[in-house]
Design a protein around this ligand. Structure first.
Ligand SMILES: [Zn+2]
Length: 215
């Protein structure tokens, strides 16, 4: 058995608190697309992030917490769900056979984000990292897996439902534990994030407030 959920959540929050002082508000236009990992996640709610907290700040914590849930579900699957475990291992082997994997080895704060920035209208990219990975994969494709029998499909669906239940259980544990860190998270946002945003805003105001300016 590894560490308890309690220890893992504490480690994740502490790693995020160490990361936070290096964060800087983005000076460029932010992405319009909503992040599927953060938006509406019960973890975001449990962390107590308000709507004004910049996405990058939230994402860096949410991805560290997501990893706790994913590792727990993996361990549960390995122990209890042999069919699903084999499917996941095969899928993993196929992924590893890909020669170019731009999403591999990223720090938590960069995981789960789009690989490429959104294209500007009328200015398509010549190529994108996602296309490059797909092309490379197409050339090195492993043979397709043997199709499953109906019986095997039913068993697999049952195991997937069990894995889902486990993810819900662990997710709730992580949320409950995370709520005990809310004051520290909110204090860090107050001390580290808010002053940077205020500085950025007053900089903006100053640059508009020159003679002949807009204000
Ligand atoms: Zn996110």
């Amino acid at each position: 058995m590894g560490h308890s959920i309690e220890t893992r959540v504490r480690n994740a929050v502490e790693a995020w608190l160490r990361w936070l002082p290096g964060w800087q508000p983005p000076t460029h236009r932010s992405r319009a697309r909503v992040c599927r990992r953060c938006f509406g996640s019960p973890l975001t709610e449990a962390a107590g992030f308000g709507p004004d907290v910049p996405h990058a700040v939230q994402h860096a914590l949410i991805m560290r917490l997501n990893a706790i849930v994913e590792h727990s579900v993996d361990a549960y699957t390995e122990r209890n769900l042999p069919l699903l475990w084999r499917e996941l291992r095969d899928a993993e082997a196929r992924k590893r056979a890909r020669p170019y994997r731009p999403a591999d080895g990223l720090a938590p704060e960069y995981q789960g984000l789009e690989l490429d920035p959104e294209p500007e209208p009328g200015q398509p990219f010549l190529f994108t990292l996602a296309d490059l990975a797909d092309d490379a994969a197409a050339e090195h494709r492993l043979p397709d897996p043997a199709p499953l029998s109906d019986e095997a499909k039913t068993s697999l669906r049952y195991e997937m439902a069990l894995a889902d239940d486990e993810a819900t259980r662990v997710g709730m544990d992580v949320c409950l534990e995370l709520m005990t860190f809310r004051p520290r998270i909110q204090q860090a946002v107050h001390e580290v994030v808010e002053p940077q945003i205020e500085a950025l805003l007053s900089e903006l105001t100053r640059s508009l407030d020159v003679p002949g300016g807009l204000l």
